[in-house]
Design a protein. Structure first.
Length: 89
């Protein structure tokens, strides 16, 4: 399951070339605060997992558009990176 942050302030599930907006549905269920971020979603994922199916069923569907994508975590406090080579010697 792919869950991106989308503009203006929503979370979505990617399904068959569409975004299904789930943040409002999760907020209506009382599972996630209105306007919650990806950090909020990640932090509460274990308690949200069972509610996602209902949120997907009730979520608004919009066309997949890369212009709607936001960074998964805005203004991260740290950035970690790693690199490796597959080159054999």
């Amino acid at each position: 399951m792919r869950i991106p942050s989308v503009k203006p302030k929503d979370l979505a599930v990617v399904n068959d070339g569409t975004f299904i907006l789930v943040a409002d549905s999760l907020a209506e269920q009382g599972r996630l605060a209105e306007g919650a971020s990806m950090i909020d979603f990640i932090t509460r994922y274990d308690s949200l997992r069972n509610s996602l199916e209902g949120a997907i069923a009730n979520g608004k569907t919009v066309a997949l558009d890369s212009n709607l994508l936001k960074p998964p975590v805005e203004r991260p406090s740290k950035v970690w990176a790693t690199a490796f080579s597959l080159e054999r010697r």
